[in-house]
Design a protein around this ligand. Structure first.
Ligand code: NAD
Length: 357
């Protein structure tokens, strides 16, 4: 039974339930906010245990996209979609065509893209039914895989965090541990090694560990040593919620800055605890915005230089958030939320003024 009170609590503009018995499609599309522009966010395909679980996820993720787009200075709102099903067993051309038709019904209020469980190829199928899709292949005028840009932005964000914390501009000689060396993590390792950092890597996939440690000059760190390791920077690039009641007391590193979404299990509680421990936390949706900047640029006609410049602005955005946090005595995650809300509120007020005039 889907609980409608979940929808009411997060102030969403629109939530659509998509059901198509012919193709087996069951999905939600959530449009959280469109004050800054059309909502954009990936389509996740996941084996949710229930429709309620899928609904909770899409509501949470779409709200996060509103904040991410606002902070990144994009003329976009926040949206997301989730398809209920296994990305390994339940995919079909008909399913993604059907999903594309639902996206098209929203007439551009929601623009989709790839996410966990969906790929560039899936978006190519969606594109046959709607123009409101990004993240298609470079051959078809798209921006392709966003991971290298996400990694570049994360690298820039680590540099900003190091500058703020230690007042140094180079990463040379700094001990940096990267947890998760997948699509984003490996590209990040490349930038860090180029900058002369002393890089430690961790992954549950032994083959990836072997591959990356052959390709780059890195050391492997065991999972049981990770959180208590005396590094300068911990860069989470695997799963979310790695900062929780169990890990937070073990932490020795002065900076946490990585690409993983929702690093803090409880953003308020753990954000405050990190502040008390004098650990600088780069809010994840700020530092990992490179991927969104990349797909957003596809809408206006992809331009690599523009994407690079915009991604580099993550440096100043983070310094601004750190300053707000310091000046106001609030955690960095609270500072970034307030900044995003201020950007949206100002635009909303201007829109209302325009309507009144
Ligand atoms: P990916 O699946 O390619 O890589 C994740 C890596 O983490 C894998 O190598 C996996 O083996 C490893 N891993 C999983 N659980 C682990 C654990 N417990 N300990 C250590 N390693 C573990 O994913 P990705 O695209 O590189 O994304 C990484 C993170 O960044 C995710 O949280 C994702 O949501 C976030 N993110 C990615 C992008 C993007 O452009 N790809 C954009 C924004 C945010």
């Amino acid at each position: 039974m889907v609980q409608f009170k979940n929808i009411e609590t997060k102030n969403h503009k629109k939530v659509v339930y998509c059901s198509d018995s012919d193709t087996g499609l069951k999905a939600f599309i959530a449009v959280h906010n469109t004050v800054l522009g059309p909502s954009l966010g990936g389509c996740r395909m996941w084996s949710y245990q229930s429709e309620e679980e899928a609904l909770v996820d899409v509501l949470r993720l779409s709200k996060g996209m509103t904040y991410k787009a606002a902070i990144a200075g994009l003329k976009l709102g926040g949206g997301k979609s989730v398809i209920i099903g296994s990305s390994k067993e339940d995919k079909s051309k008909a399913l993604f065509k059907s999903f594309g038709k639902f996206v098209d019904m929203l007439s551009g209020e929601y623009i989709t893209a790839e996410d966990v469980g969906t790929t560039e190829d899936d978006m190519e199928i969606v594109r046959t039914e709607t123009k409101y899709v990004t993240g298609v292949s470079k051959e078809n005028g798209g921006s392709g895989d966003p991971s290298p840009v996400t990694a570049y932005g994360t690298y820039i964000g680590i540099k900003a965090s190091v500058k703020y914390k230690f007042n140094i501009s180079s990463l040379s000689g700094l001990k940096i541990m990267v947890q998760g060396i997948g699509s984003v993590g490996e590209h990040l390792v490349h930038h860090l090694c180029n900058d002369g950092a002393d890089v430690y890597v961790n992954d549950i996939d032994i083959e990836k560990l072997n591959y990356v440690s052959r390709k780059y000059s890195v050391k492997i760190i065991k999972p049981e040593n990770l959180y208590g390791f005396d590094a300068d920077v911990y860069a989470p690039c695997a799963l979310g919620a790695t900062i929780n009641d169990t890990t937070i007391d073990q932490l020795k590193c002065p900076i946490i800055a990585g690409a993983a979404n929702n690093v803090l299990l409880d953003s308020k509680k753990h954000g405050n605890q990190l502040m008390k421990k004098n650990i600088l936390f780069a809010p994840d949706y700020v530092i990992n915005a490179g991927g969104l900047i990349n797909v957003a640029n596809e809408i206006e006609g992809y331009n690599e230089d523009k994407v690079k410049n915009k991604t580099e602005s993550i440096y100043d955005t983070l310094l601004n958030i750190y300053k707000i946090s310091n000046d106001s005595g609030i955690s960095t995650s609270e500072a970034s939320s307030r900044l995003a809300e201020k950007i949206i509120a100002e635009k909303h007020e201007n829109q209302l003024l325009e309507i009144e005039l």
